[in-house]
Design a protein around this ligand. Structure first.
Ligand code: PEP
Ligand code: MN
Length: 622
């Protein structure tokens, strides 16, 4: 059973309930979920739900029907995010864990760690205690292996994951690693589950070789009932009658689990398929199916690997995979962030007195809000602003550390105002993020599609949903400033004949209902945002530079500048012209270049640009 507590419940009232439950032989666990104060009851309470409801401070009492309680969605409706150092499993940013099956030597682990980090892994895996089918196979380096993992973390900044095979290893694990893994063979080793529950550190719980989802969730319940909620469920293939792959990867477990539990999901296509060439296709499919993370075996010399060589990717193959995932992730509303760790470092060096915030336009639930979370995760607090100018002002004055501003949409084109503001303010672009804009039709829970008489949205959203809206010529279209304010307005009006066009995230935030999903005419609807800051980010590796410049008003002036890029084979990915502020008929050019134009190697290009253009300014390198 769970108790939904009144928001103004006193500590004394809470203590009274806890004492009563303890007398009835129950344990209680408290969480805040979607703004609700929830108390979970473990054990068979004698007090009935109706009796609980009559107690002061209790708003509701709900019986959880499933046999797992704490892991269920009923107990906690919001997704759990498991924090491992600076990495969060379960948010908008996909977490990639990679490394060899087993730690074989210091040299091997370090070499692979550097490779996988280069290609986007944010956690390193490697077994030190190996549960092998044969007692004659390599059993792992044991404590020596753990020491190597700790050194990998020290030298690369990657958090480390390893398997625990017995409760006696608990102290060593706490000393050397960041995450413990319960292997498939141990999924129902209940003493081990209770042990990692008490250890309190993040746990990757692999699904047993022939376990049902129900049994798997019951194992997670063992860990959570000991007070440890940092559980990540790992699907690694189950045993079926099919011999062509080592196991059968049950990707349908992803949507099934998403419904049943709030815990994040990691997919291990390496052990699932057992065959190198099958790993990447299944990894891509897992992300498309909604996995939060991936665990991939990578080896620099798989032919000589002491375990699982045939299923280990070569580092370059892993690199190719992460590039593909980078493209796939936004389709399902997520991001693969190649700068994940660098960004955390940048955020951690913000002075304690400075604000750790990012200004965005609109209300919570705006696409800009989603872009901010996609770029920074939860480390930076998104702050809503009314206008784009407010964002630039907030960043300039230091009220907000960062700003998130849309620059262009794949269907409706450039957001000119922001190009003008980039010209006007002396701020830096420190990064960019592209997110998919998937519009939904949002209304009150008790409204049906037939009830809708007006739809609120900003004009670009109307134009992006034109084909859909044309089907309903009698519905009045009411323009507002942003999608998120449309949702807010409909919510606050209480009007069941009104709907808004906005993100699924906005529907969730305002607790509204989605009447129709993906109503944009073209599903390839993406918006690119720039992240702006007061200061340049110190980045070793830069892929892109944004510059602005003007040219004299003489024939061929722009051509002269373009020629420089052409002669040096520098690729331009965006060129935008904007009227110069206060100078009618004179233009500034905004250019994105696929190169680090301030790199010493390109200093001659920079010199030439300065010579041929006017007012040249580097807006940012990222
Ligand atoms: C492993 O991750 O190396 C491993 C042994 O996995 P599983 O328990 O899924 O077989
Ligand atoms: Mn393995």
């Amino acid at each position: 059973m769970i108790l939904i507590l009144e928001s103004n419940i006193t500590q004394a009232q809470k203590d009274k309930i806890k004492v009563r439950l303890s007398d009835e032989g129950c344990i209680t666990r408290e969480i805040i979920d979607a703004g609700r104060n929830v108390m979970g009851i473990i054990g068979n309470a004698k007090t009935t739900p109706d009796e609980f409801k009559a107690i002061d401070g209790v708003a509701d009492a709900v019986i959880i029907k499933s046999s797992y309680k704490l892991v269920s969605r009923e107990f906690k409706t919001q997704d759990t995010k498991v924090k491992i150092g600076n990495v969060v499993v379960g948010g908008d940013r996909i977490v990639v864990v990679a490394g060899p099956c087993a730690v074989e030597s210091h040299e091997q682990a370090m070499a692979i760690a550097k490779e996988v980090k280069k290609y986007g892994a944010v956690l390193f895996r490697g077994g030190a205690f190996k549960p092998r089918s044969s007692p004659y196979s390599f059993q792992g380096l044991e404590e020596e292996g753990l020491k190597i993992l700790a050194d990998v973390r020290e030298q690369t900044g990657l958090g480390v994951v390893t398997e625990i095979t017995a409760p006696s290893q608990a102290d060593l694990m706490i000393k050397y690693v960041d995450v413990v893994q319960i292997g498939a063979r141990n999924m129902q080793n209940f003493e081990l589950l209770k042990c990692v529950g008490r250890m309190g550190m993040p746990v990757v719980l692999k699904r047993g070789l022939a376990s049902t989802i129900q049994e798997w969730l019951m194992s997670a319940e063992y860990i959570m009932s000991e007070g440890n909620s940092k559980v990540i469920l790992c699907e690694r293939g189950i045993r079926t009658f099919e011999p062509y792959t080592r196991n059968t990867l049950d990707l349908s477990a992803i949507p099934v689990l998403k419904k049943l539990t709030h815990l994040p999901i990691i997919i291990d296509p390496s052990h699932a398929t057992g065959i190198r060439e099958k790993v990447s296709p299944m990894a891509r499919a897992a992300i498309a199916a909604g996995a939060d993370a991936l665990m991939i075996e990578v080896h620099n010399n798989p032919d000589q690997a002491l375990s699982d060589g045939p299923q280990s990717l070569y580092p370059e193959q892993f690199g190719q995979l992460t590039r593909d995932l980078y493209v796939i992730a936004p389709v399902v509303g997520k991001q693969l962030d190649f700068d994940y760790l660098k960004k955390s470092k940048m955020i951690n060096t913000i002075q304690a007195t400075a604000s750790k915030t990012a200004a965005f336009i609109g209300e919570y639930g705006a696409y800009s809000h989603k872009a901010s979370i996609g770029y920074f995760g939860d480390e930076i607090e998104p702050v809503p602003m009314k206008t784009f100018k407010d964002i630039f002002n907030a960043v300039q004055t230091g009220d907000c550390q960062y700003g998130v501003v849309p620059l262009e949409n794949s269907l409706s084109g450039s957001i000119h105002e922001n190009f003008d503001l980039l010209q006007e303010y002396d701020l830096k672009i420190i990064g960019e993020i592209t997110i998919r804009v998937k519009h939904t039709l949002i209304a009150h829970g008790n409204a049906s599609k037939e009830d809708i008489k007006t739809i609120l949205a900003p004009p670009p959203a109307f134009s992006q949903c034109k084909n859909y809206l044309d089907q309903y010529p009698d519905i009045e279209l009411v323009p507002v400033k942003a999608t998120s304010s449309a949702v807010k307005q409909v919510k606050e009006s209480g009007d069941t004949s009104a709907a808004a066009i906005g993100s699924a995230m906005a529907a969730g935030i305002f607790k509204m209902n989605i009447l129709e999903e993906s109503i944009e005419d073209n599903p390839r609807n993406y918006t690119r945002f720039a992240i702006i800051a007061n200061q340049e980010k110190s980045m070793e590796k830069v892929n892109k530079t944004s510059i602005i410049f003007s040219t004299g008003n003489k024939p061929g002036a722009l051509f002269e500048v373009m020629k420089i890029f052409s002669e040096h084979e520098i690729n331009l990915v965006k060129l935008e012209s904007r009227p110069m502020l206060g100078k009618p008929w004179e233009y500034m050019f905004y250019v994105d270049i696929e190169a680090d134009i301030e790199h010493p190697k390109l200093s001659y290009v920079m010199d030439k640009l300065k010579e041929k253009s006017e007012n040249l300014r580097v807006l940012g390198r990222y």
